[in-house]
Design a protein around this ligand. Structure first.
Ligand SMILES: *Cc1c(COP(=O)(O)O)cnc(C)c1O
Length: 385
């Protein structure tokens, strides 16, 4: 019997999103406008910041790029980040003209290790880009302390971490900037999209200008019914604005963010119980006084005891109709970075090991109880040996 394929990271799209997109199409205002302003307002409320402290953009990659520039990062600067992240994190640093420097992860939390950051700080270090891996918050006390001590900017990569909190404070509000992703597989989606939170209002004003060609006024205000307004190009910006069509999807998604989080938390907890006796390293339980975003559920195979290699497990799961992922091969595994920066996987041994043994299982809020049971049974059968 052929069972339907479980697509990894498939988003939970409901009738509200479909209706909102149709209403936006019918309004004929597709570009940046009232829906984007609404999503910004809703997001700022969720994050307990003011609406002047957020800016919607068309991806987290764009958010990181303009945040780095607005943080004053440029040629000659070094920016320290984690090797266990999506390539966009370092590509944004490179696009800002700076040199990325990797600090290895803590092998248990899989987040950047503050002691490794301290070892990598030089006179050229300008900023830190911690990534809250899988939604687990980084050690922000230690990271903020290092940044204060060495006068470094912090740009948090919160692509996994909309719901994440650390000691009662929301992820994305520790740094000078917090960057969020609304890509299809993320905790909430707008298809493609992202958001920046800024500590300072003037930083977000700069981000908004950088994200729309360097223009001093956005198109919505330009063509509004209180008359045409001239704009000035005040710097050479980018084309990173979010459309109302995208924001229309995001508004109901954000309204359900905590509901979806509870569903993913339950999936996460069921996986933890089901896989406790397998030859794997389970994700570390969330630390007290923090909130995990439960964006990814990852197993790290014990290569000495696992009956299958990681890549054999990826294939076997796919054959059973279950989509799986790898988050992530460590960045020094990729040829471009090896050639450009002479990076070698061995320089970050913990990230190298994790990246070679890790597998991500489906944790979408859309996963049904039957699908969840299929994933659990497949992993148990394949790894029990
Ligand atoms: C998805 C992701 C990004 C990029 O997000 P986009 O919105 O697709 O540009 C950046 N960093 C991390 C850690 C991610 O997972």
């Amino acid at each position: 019997m052929n069972q339907p394929f479980i697509t990894f990271g498939s988003p939970d799209i409901q009738q509200d999103e479909i209706d909102a997109v149709i209403a936006t199409m019918q309004s004929c205002w597709l570009g940046t406008g009232p829906k984007v302003a609404q999503l910004e307002k809703d997001f700022s409320r969720y994050k307990l910041v003011t609406s002047e402290q957020v800016a919607a953009v068309n991806s987290c990659t764009a958010a990181l790029h303009v945040s780095l520039i607005a943080a004053g990062v440029g040629p000659g600067d070094e920016v320290i980040t984690t090797p266990l992240t999506f390539c966009a994190t370092v590509n944004a640093i490179i696009h800002a003209g700076a040199t990325p420097v990797l600090a290895d992860i803590d092998p248990l939390t899989l987040n950047i290790d503050p002691t490794e950051i301290a070892r990598k700080i030089s006179s050229r270090t300008k900023a830190l880009v911690p990534v809250h891996f899988a939604g687990r918050p980084c050690e922000m006390d230690a990271i903020v302390q290092l940044a204060n001590q060495h006068q470094l900017k912090i740009i948090e990569d919160c692509a996994h971490a909309i719901e994440t909190e650390y000691r009662g404070q929301k992820a994305g509000t520790f740094g000078d900037f917090g960057c969020f992703s609304f890509y299809v597989t993320k905790n909430i989606t707008t298809g493609e999209g992202g958001m920046v939170i800024g500590k300072k209002i003037e930083d977000i004003q700069r981000v908004k200008i950088l994200a729309l060609h360097g223009m001093s006024k956005d198109a919505w205000k330009r063509f509004s019914d209180d008359g045409y307004k001239h704009y000035q190009v005040v710097e050479c910006g980018f084309k990173y604005n979010m459309m109302d069509l995208q924001a229309a999807i995001g508004i109901p998604q954000l309204a359900r963010v905590d509901q979806s989080w509870i569903i993913r938390q339950q999936i996460w907890q069921q996986y933890q119980q089901a896989f406790a006796d397998l030859p794997v390293q389970l994700p570390m339980e969330p630390q007290a006084d923090t909130r995990h975003g439960y964006h990814l559920y990852t197993l790290i195979l014990d290569p000495e005891r696992s009956p299958l290699s990681r890549d054999q497990l990826l294939d076997a799961m796919t054959k059973r109709g279950i989509g799986v992922g790898v988050h992530y091969m460590s960045l020094p595994e990729h040829s471009f970075y090896q050639q450009k920066f002479a990076w070698q996987p061995q320089q970050c041994p913990h990230a190298m090991f994790a990246g070679r043994q890790i597998i991500s299982l489906p944790i979408s809020a859309k996963l049904t109880a039957i699908e969840l049971q299929r994933v659990i049974s497949a992993v148990q059968e394949l790894l029990q040996g």
